[in-house]
Design a binder for this molecule. Structure first.
Ligand code: CUA
Length: 262
């Protein structure tokens, strides 16, 4: 059978197009790493979020030398934590779930983008090579505040990144003769030991203490001040470590409940 030259050209052209379509579709489905939400994680009903150890306290955790996991909760109309902070040159796996309706977790200017469906956990692993700041936006219509739903992702220079948390347990008032005890607990979320200087200020007195907090551990430092030396009245205190600061005020000789041991 003789095929006319033009017909042959059209046939070849059509074949090339068909193969091209198949290649692009296959590449889009497999090559780009695009997956369906929750084809790897178990379901998580929104009511169980507060009992789930990953999402009850949304946070970033170090899981390997340059590997981190971020547990993010989306809800009308915020993301938690906000900002999400990670170091550069790291591989971050995001686990994102929703407390209420369908949102998205879209990191502006990157190809990090997933639907966030209540009951499901979306998982994405992203590598960050350079420090920078990114907006996180929601691109699934989720209600009246949808256009305001935004968060922030900060990629810090590697050597400036810490996962330090400071909590201070301090009395509101003490009797005039009693000591004022400030209990500072430093949490180190990194896997490496953390060497820091704790600085405290109360009234006119200042304190400094070098503390080593083991990787993935915590240390408590107690600062004791003589209430008599402080004198009666209100005294502001500030405790800081790394870039974390806590402050408050303690009353020495509060008439209402401070003098209960006399
Ligand atoms: Cu959340 Cu739109």
């Amino acid at each position: 059978m003789r095929i006319h030259q033009y017909e042959r050209l059209w046939l070849i052209g059509a074949m090339v197009l068909i193969v091209g379509f198949i290649v692009t579709i296959t590449y889009g489905a497999v090559g780009l790493g695009i997956t369906m939400v929750d084809d790897q994680e178990a379901t998580l009903p929104p009511d169980d979020i507060d009992d789930d150890e990953r999402f009850a306290d949304p946070r970033v955790e170090q899981v390997g030398e340059d590997e981190y996991e971020a547990y993010v909760v989306a809800m009308t109309f915020i993301y938690q934590p906000d900002p999400i902070e990670v170091p550069a040159n790291s591989e971050v796996t995001f686990y994102v779930t929703s407390r209420d309706v369908i949102h998205s977790f879209t990191v502006v200017g990157t190809n990090t983008n997933t639907m966030v469906i209540p009951g499901e956990v979306s998982v994405m692993t992203v590598e960050f090579d350079e420090p920078g700041e990114y907006g996180v936006v929601c691109n699934e219509y989720c209600g009246s505040g949808h256009h305001d739903m935004e968060g922030e992702l900060i990629v810090h220079p590697e050597d400036e990144f810490t996962l330090t948390e400071l909590a201070v347990d301090a009395p509101e008032s003490v009797a005039p003769g009693d000591d004022v005890e400030l209990e500072a607990t430093i949490d180190n979320g990194l896997l490496e030991d953390l060497d820091v200087t704790l600085e405290a200020e109360i009234g006119d007195e200042t304190f400094e203490e070098d503390v080593t907090v083991a990787g993935d551990g915590s240390e408590t430092v107690t600062i004791t001040v003589d209430g008599e030396e402080l004198g009666e009245g209100d005294h502001d205190w500030t405790i800081s470590v790394d870039d974390e600061t806590e402050s408050g005020s303690v009353t020495v000789g509060d008439e209402e409940d401070g003098g209960d041991d006399s």
